[in-house]
Design a protein around this ligand. Structure first.
Ligand SMILES: *Cc1c(COP(=O)(O)O)cnc(C)c1O
Length: 853
């Protein structure tokens, strides 16, 4: 075909003037977490809205003109629309939590980087948990008024769509996103032409345009390489989320990180804090350093102190292989030129991404870079924080695990996004509207007891019915598409029972999540499911990564199991898991099953969504459930054990699941009073809501990020860049000076005034002589590190006491003394160490200078 010169144009819907507010509401994703706004779009054409994956913009483009004329005269509809518009206006102007608490912090601008954002099913630029979390982060930042913007990529094809072939084997489809039918606003110059930035790739510049999606008060900027100025292969950089090979991956990360900072600059924004959600965006820190170097003519060390103070990092991956790492050759290829502008040599650059400095050949890890270049680093649950400290101990080889400066901020969900309308109405009525503004206020949630059991149960039963309806419709459509015989299609109308105890299992089909565990003993499972008086059913959904054949095999197995005669009709697999299916599932299930191999689930969030709706978790004590489980608010599989023999683990935990279902779950669910209500079950539902919802929500999470990461980092960043970076320079010089002289430090003699036994009430007295050489006593702290010792002779929960000195220096040495009162009997240990002291440091361990006695 000859290459034609195709000119494009857009046809926009012709909304009557009176309905223009619909356009405005459709272009602010605020609508998707306000049920009045959702109801407004449903009212236009409920079937069409469902068919168009709940996209208001597609809806407005597809509704026939006559329907608009009709609506423009429908006073009920117009009232409804005006009310929603007024709500949106009021929301945008309202005084926020941030304004009430931190109004004086008007210099802070936070940029939140993530490779994916899951805001709504109609904006398919997410794959799973990481993206949904990022979307919920933006929504809560909007509700709280945190001065934040999101940065990501605009994928032409997004993540793949899943369907299964006749054998249950996953097939992937990559339909192109229709940008005109997405709530995208192109960022343009005053003359209307797109703002373009460029990023350096070997031998060329790649141009990028910037889209914006408005999420309440928060703008989300999405970078797009698909423009005619670029070579075809460069236009494809932003084609697929997590697609392509390692080259695609590093190119995407260069566009996200380096391009992200350049895009913000082109938009007139210079964030003081960059929050990197996972290591994908860690190149952003390099670009900020480069900009400082160029704008202020400083060296790398000073610029990196300033940037580091303003960077926060969240890690999500508890397995080493899950962290992006690029071979040195690739780093040379992509950064060979770029490092000149950083004014550092190759080795210094590569060391930023190495666990062990100067360890030639070690791949360049994005997580290591992120940790090294951040003021704060955190995992996403308490357990994951612990796992991360262990995993990255090698970055601070002199520290014990507990002291590794990686904290944890447990994930949450944006409650209003995930809650069913029927449940939301109950909360509004019995808790008062305050719960939406103060979802973390425990007092408000105690009113949950006021909801009559019958009302809660009816609302929940309604949601289960909706789920069963969705499952039947989806199943039918799946079978038709697969070319199944009509008898099988007809049978799909009969699967599942709207009144049966319903267990849901939906998530990414990664093997560690063990999607097939519940099928370990088919006969026992069949007996549970087919009890005529107390039936149980299972609904599955989830995608496997296109390259994860083991994950795909798990899906195929589930599908095969679902076809076995003894399970048929009681087990279904729904294709193409997305936020829509997720919402139906978490709102409709009675029990949410989660059986990962501890501790591989960093947090998990779907179980939290279940709690918002009164569902109950049946889960391994991993990720968030290790914190959330409280005995009477769901069920724990096992007691937090970890195994080395995985087959044995499956045996034990598989049996535990059956036991719990048979002995606890089924009886509690089917034990009905004279009024037909399962009172014991409803009590547990209320416990699940009361204990989990006020805690595991993103308002709590985002305010924790603000208090623990953003504000302290802002303070330090401001301090370091003031007066032409004078403190950053001071700190950088101090590090050079101190590191060079640190090896002079040694312990000369340690004198402990006590023997091997001390009585409770007495003290351990220590006197020690330390040689500091050229380092002044003000620059160090001599610490007694002590605590109970475990069987391995390690101090498991160390405390430190700072020793004091009279300051008399003799031949470069000083005398230090200190004591520890012994309050309880036991077996204790202690050591002595010298650590640096400088008020400009965020953390004494950061420079990796430490000398043990
Ligand atoms: C919430 C959600 C997830 C996250 O699930 P977890 O396995 O609990 O982390 C993934 N995908 C979708 C579509 C979700 O809505």
């Amino acid at each position: 075909m000859p290459r034609r010169n195709i000119r494009t144009f857009t046809v926009l819907p012709q909304l009557p003037t009176r309905l223009h507010a619909l356009q405005k509401i459709a272009y602010n994703l605020w609508w998707c977490w306000h049920l009045e706004a959702v109801a407004l779009f449903r009212r236009i054409d409920i079937d069409l809205f469902d068919k168009l994956n709940h996209s208001p913009i597609k809806l407005l483009g597809a509704v026939p003109q006559e329907r608009f004329e009709e609506l423009a005269k429908d006073s009920g509809f117009l009232d409804n629309m005006d009310r929603v518009e007024e709500m949106l206006d009021r929301y945008m102007k309202a005084k926020t939590w941030w304004q009430s608490h931190y109004a004086e912090n008007n210099d802070i601008q936070i940029a939140y980087f993530s490779a994916e954002f899951g805001i709504h099913e109609s904006v398919p630029v997410y794959s799973g948990g990481l993206g949904i979390l990022a979307g919920d982060h933006l929504k809560s930042a909007s509700d709280l008024g945190v001065p934040l913007c999101g940065v990501s990529l605009m994928y032409r094809e997004g993540y793949f769509r899943q369907y299964l072939n006749i054998d249950g084997w996953q097939q992937e489809l990559y339909p192109e996103n229709d940008f005109f039918n997405l709530p995208l606003i192109l960022e343009t110059k005053p003359d209307g032409s797109p703002i373009l930035i460029s990023v350096p790739l070997p031998g060329r510049e790649v141009f990028v345009k910037i889209w914006r999606i408005q999420v309440g008060r928060i703008p989300l900027y999405l970078l797009d390489c698909n423009i005619p100025q670029n070579r075809p292969e460069d236009r494809a950089i932003t084609s697929q989320l997590y697609g392509g090979d390692q080259h695609t991956r590093i190119q995407q990360e260069i566009v996200l990180g380096i391009g992200g900072i350049r895009a913000l600059k082109a938009l007139g924004k210079s964030p003081s804090i960059c929050h990197m959600n996972e290591g994908h965006s860690a190149f952003s820190a390099l670009e900020r350093i480069r900009v400082y170097i160029e704008d202020f003519n400083m060296d790398f060390a000073v610029a990196s102190e300033a940037v580091k103070a303003g960077t926060c990092f969240t890690t999500h991956t508890p397995v080493p292989a899950g962290n992006d790492a690029f071979p040195e050759g690739m780093m040379d290829h992509y950064f060979g030129e770029y490092i000149h502008s950083l004014r550092i040599d190759r080795n210094t650059f590569l060391n930023l991404g190495r666990e062990k400095p100067n360890n030639g050949g070690e791949p360049f890890s994005m997580t290591v870079l992120a940790i090294r270049i951040s003021n704060t680093s955190n995992g996403v649950s308490q357990l994951h924080g612990k796992v991360s400290r262990k995993m990255w101990n090698s970055i601070w080889p002199e520290l014990s695990e507990v002291e590794i400066p990686i904290t944890s901020i447990t994930n949450g969900v944006h409650t209003q996004t995930w809650i069913a309308p029927q449940i939301e109405h109950l909360y509004n009525r019995y808790l008062g509207r305050d719960w939406t503004e103060q979802p973390t206020n425990f007092e408000i949630w105690t009113k949950i007891e006021k909801i009559p059991d019958g009302e809660l149960w009816r609302a929940h039963e309604h949601r289960r019915e909706r789920l069963v309806t969705l499952a039947r419709n989806r199943l039918k459509a799946q079978l038709v598409k697969r070319g199944s015989p009509p008898s099988e299609v007809a049978a799909a109308e009969e699967v599942l029972d709207p009144e049966a105890l319903t267990i849901g299992f939906a998530r990414r089909f990664a093997t560690y999540k063990r999607g097939t565990l519940v099928f370990r003993y088919i006969e026992r499972l069949a007996k549970i499911l087919n009890d005529p008086k107390r039936p149980v059913q299972l609904i599955f959904s989830g995608k496997a990564h296109p390259k994860d054949n083991a994950g795909k095999d798990f899906i195929a197995q589930v599908v095969q199991f679902a076809r076995r005669p003894e399970l048929r009709g009681r087990v279904v697999f729904l294709e193409d898991y997305d936020m829509n299916i997720a919402r139906h599932l978490i709102q409709g299930v009675d029990v949410w099953l989660n059986n990962p191999r501890r501790p591989l689930e960093a947090s998990g969030t779907s179980g939290m969504k279940v709690c918002c709706n009164g569902g109950l978790n049946l889960s391994i004590l991993d990720g968030w459930w290790d914190e959330g489980y409280a005995g009477d608010n769901g069920w724990a599989i096992g007691a937090g054990e970890e195994y080395t023999d995985t087959n044995y683990q499956d045996e034990v935990e598989g049996r535990a699941i059956y036991e719990l279902i048979e002995r606890d779950i089924v009886p509690l669910f089917y034990n009905r009073g004279a009024d037909g209500l399962p009172r014991g079950w409803i009590h547990r539902m209320k416990r699940s809501i009361l204990t989990n919802v006020p805690v595991f929500n993103t308002n709590r999470m985002v305010s924790e990020y603000a208090k623990v990461c953003y504000l302290p980092s802002q303070e330090r960043h401001t301090k370091l860049i003031a007066d032409n970076f004078s403190k950053a320079k001071e700190l950088a010089n101090w590090k050079v000076y101190t590191s060079a002289r640190w090896p002079q430090i040694r312990f000369e003699n340690v004198d402990v005034t006590t023997g091997d036994h001390i009585r409770v009430g007495e003290s351990l007295n220590v006197q020690v002589k330390v040689h500091l050489g050229e380092i002044s006593p003000q620059e160090v702290e001599v610490q007694l590190y002590h605590g109970p010792t475990d069987n391995a002779g390690e101090i498991s929960q160390p405390h430190t006491v700072t020793l004091t000195t009279d300051g008399n220096v003799q031949n470069g040495s000083l005398q230090y003394t200190g004591k520890v009162p012994c309050k309880a009997s036991g077996y204790y240990g202690y050591c002595l160490r010298v650590v640096p002291r400088n008020e400009l440091l965020f953390n004494a361990f950061e420079p990796n200078l430490i000398t043990w006695a």
